[in-house]
Design a protein around this ligand. Structure first.
Ligand code: GDP
Length: 716
């Protein structure tokens, strides 16, 4: 039985720059929602959300778990709520309590994959800012990603108790750098050590927080010294809200009173449509404002039902590719997306899914339509921060985890076998960096393969390959930190000791021209011979197109049965490269001529002929090496600008923009990944520790010929 109607669901993410206070806010949320009865402070290493060992140590959250909690708006709780009889209290709860599923999102960009997959499955987000620093580079990156996924948002300016906190400046940084439609809904009463409470401009009331953890909210009149400012800001707020709604605009222009409820409803609609971004404030550490922020989650962020138009549930039939739309309802056929695979020390492998339509039942068989295999749903668990609850069913809009699925990876669709659908895929970036990994002992060797395989199932941006020449294992990922963490996890969770080599750039090769070549593999001396003969044409494709094989053989000059063998031969050759052994990408290979022998032709002969023709043709088609180019933002005090830009120029960096922020310079630049190893240390020493930077993959591009030569000679 469904406990909460769908309109009382909120599937949200809490997004923040590292250190803005996401963990602290999450902790408070779990405490106030009654899931957590103990507030674990981050510095004590007790954070409940951060259940992975190494997250505690690093102090950053790198996994995206879905946590369920429940919330009833504070303004719906009668004064005597605590004294009500159980039945009366239940009655009120039934009316007003909502289910909030929190999808954890990391702040570090080396974990793009975590950010992307969580943005894919959440309906809305709370973005947290440090009230001293305002918008920081990574919040900018994640903000733009959230724009791409059309995620409705509210903002929470945190840490207003800190020395140097400035609500107005932080708000302006949001408005100027992220979204001009950000609007102030709350303002702080006092700042830094004097930060006492919060004024809500819609309600025109002041709120103070008492009790050990601020759980008791006291409502008062707005203090005199803030009355004028509040009035002014309220007018602005009403104006902004009215602009988003025709009826309210009319009323506003006619000077008519607009009711509190009308304003709230309009702001809800505008927030869901991303026309407005309401901004709230507080201090999670000092237990101020988080409960009101939770009220705002219910008041202004969408339930799955509100997203029917903005983000309809769309997919395609796995065979016919016909477009299919689903409604967020239990009576629709099942469609669910696996968005994370995690290993739990107690129950084993957990596949986190979001159910978009229909019901996922324990013990049922479902179709993994992305892979074409069947899965039996064993146990289903719902995560409540540090504990799990076993459930029989998950309904439309629910998030939870299935235990022990064997053939499902991140991004796969699980659906009703009778009504197959593949939901829109999560697109993951290709890895850009790799290192050799060498097990320390024979025993480690055996465990290593297993550990890496498990970790790669969890994380689609992490890949394993073997070096065909040396037999060594190579792992690839999105950045130095990404691989470091993976190696760390292999050690901690699987007990594997391994040495690693220097990080290497994941170069690729491609061709710049069109050319043709013949491949003949013919042996006819004694016994049964070999006969494979093909003509291939190769030409370059646009970046990112990968590999396309075209078969233009007519009239059976090569029998159909040998064609796949030719393609296989080409593919094998592709993976080995022509210049420096890197995989060849963005290339079309056309098979257009050849011949065969009635007796001697075989698949193996055509495979070899295919590879030979391909290598020859590719060599003639102006092969080049491609390298990953990263988008980087460096932030440094003005006095170091010269040194920093000079160094970036020496790294072949293309500076695209230099802008000012108070006393600091922000440099946007594109630099080859190869030049960026160890940059964190270098920047630190260049700027006396005051410079910071963020980096993400941007695109692949041809390397200059002098550097290509070094790569070919193995010197780079
Ligand atoms: P995360 O990296 O975004 O998860 O941030 P954390 O929650 O780990 O917070 C980073 C640091 O800021 C920790 O030392 C917190 O105790 C501290 N912090 C979090 N919220 C507040 C706040 O409201 N006020 C102050 N002064 N410190 C805070």
């Amino acid at each position: 039985m469904r406990q909460y109607p769908l309109e009382k669901y909120r599937n949200i993410g809490i997004i923040a720059h590292i250190d803005a206070g996401k963990t602290t806010v999450s902790e408070r949320v779990l405490f106030y929602t009654g899931v957590s009865h103990k507030i674990g402070e981050v510095h004590e290493g007790e954070a409940i959300m951060d259940w992975m060992e190494q997250e505690k140590e690093r102090g950053i959250t790198i996994t995206a778990a879905a946590t369920t909690c429940f919330w009833m708006p504070t303004y719906r709780r009668p004064q005597n709520y605590a004294d009500l009889t159980r039945t009366d209290a239940e009655e009120i709860k039934k009316k007003y309590e909502h289910r909030i599923n929190i999808i954890d999102t990391p702040g570090h960009i080396d974990f793009t994959v975590e950010v992307q997959r969580s943005l894919r499955v959440l309906d809305a987000a709370v973005v947290i800012f440090d009230g001293v620093a305002g918008v920081e580079p990574q919040s900018e990156t994640v903000w733009h990603q959230a724009d791409k996924f059309k995620v409705p948002r509210i903002c929470f300016i945190n840490k207003l108790d800190r020395i140097g906190a400035n609500f107005e400046k932080s708000f302006l940084s949001i408005q100027e750098r992220l979204n001009p439609n950000a609007i102030v809904v709350q303002i702080p009463i006092g700042l830094e050590a004097n930060f006492e409470g919060i004024i809500d401009l819609l309600a025109m009331k002041a709120f103070y927080f008492e009790g050990d953890r601020g759980e008791k909210i006291i409502e008062k009149e707005i203090p005199n010294e803030l009355k004028v400012q509040s009035e002014k800001l309220k007018v602005l707020l009403i104006e902004k809200i009215s602009e988003t709604d025709e009826k309210l605009t009319q009323k506003y222009l006619e000077g008519k009173e607009i009711s509190f409820e009308e304003l709230k409803q309009a702001m809800r609609k505008a927030t869901i449509n991303s026309q407005l971004v309401p901004v709230f404030c507080g201090s999670a550490l000092k237990n101020k404002g988080v409960q009101l922020m939770l009220d705002a989650v219910l008041d202004y962020l969408p339930s799955p039902l509100d997203l029917k138009e903005i983000k309809p549930i769309e997919g395609a039939h796995p065979k016919t590719e016909e477009k299919i739309n689903r409604q967020p309802a239990d009576n629709e056929p099942l469609a669910a997306l696996a968005f994370k695979i995690a290993t739990d020390p107690y129950v084993g492998s957990l596949t986190f899914v979001r159910v978009y339509s229909g019901v996922l039942k324990r013990g049922s068989y479902v179709l993994n339509s992305s892979k074409g295999n069947q899965e039996r749903i064993g146990r289903i668990v719902r995560m409540h921060a540090n504990q799990r609850e076993e459930v029989e069913e998950m309904y439309a809009g629910d998030l939870g985890a299935a235990v022990g699925l064997k053939g499902t990876s991140t991004g796969d669709t699980l659906c009703d076998p009778g009504n197959p659908i593949v939901l829109e895929k999560i697109i993951f970036p290709e890895p850009v960096i790799s290192v050799r990994i060498e097990p320390k002992t024979k025993a480690d060797q055996e465990k290593l393969g297993f550990a890496l395989h498990r970790l790669s199932e969890e994380d689609p941006t992490f890949r394993i390959s073997g070096d065909p020449d040396t037999g060594e294992t190579i792992i690839s990922g999105m950045g130095e930190l990404h691989l470091e963490i993976i190696i760390d996890r292999a050690k901690r969770e699987f007990g594997v000791e391994a040495d690693i080599g220097r990080p290497q750039v994941a170069y690729k090769e491609t061709v710049n021209a069109e050319s043709e070549a013949e491949g003949r593999y013919i042996k006819q001396s004694g016994g049964r011979g070999q006969y494979g003969h093909v003509w291939l044409n190769v030409k370059s494709l646009e970046r990112g197109k990968g590999f396309v094989f075209v078969n233009k053989i007519k009239g059976g000059i090569i029998p159909q049965e040998f064609i796949p063998a030719v393609e296989k031969g080409v593919k094998e050759a592709l993976s080995k490269g022509i210049l420096a052994g890197y995989p060849i990408v963005d290339i079309e290979v056309k098979l257009y001529d050849g011949s065969f022998h009635e007796v001697d032709s075989s698949e193996i002969a055509f495979k070899i002929a295919g590879a030979m023709a391909f290598l020859e043709a590719a060599k003639r088609a102006k092969p080049v090496i491609l390298e990953p180019v990263m988008k980087i933002q460096v932030i440094a005090p003005l006095e170091f600008l010269g040194d920093v830009t000079g160094d970036l120029n020496a790294k072949r960096g293309r500076i695209e923009n230099i802008s000012d922020r108070v006393n600091i310079k922000v440099i946007d630049v594109k630099v080859s990944l190869a030049e960026m190893f160890g940059y964190a240390t270098k920047l630190r020493s260049m700027t006396q520790g005051r410079g910071t930077f963020t980096m993400e993959f941007d695109h692949y591009e041809e390397v200059p010929s002098n550097i290509a030569q070094l790569i070919i000679e193995g010197k780079k």
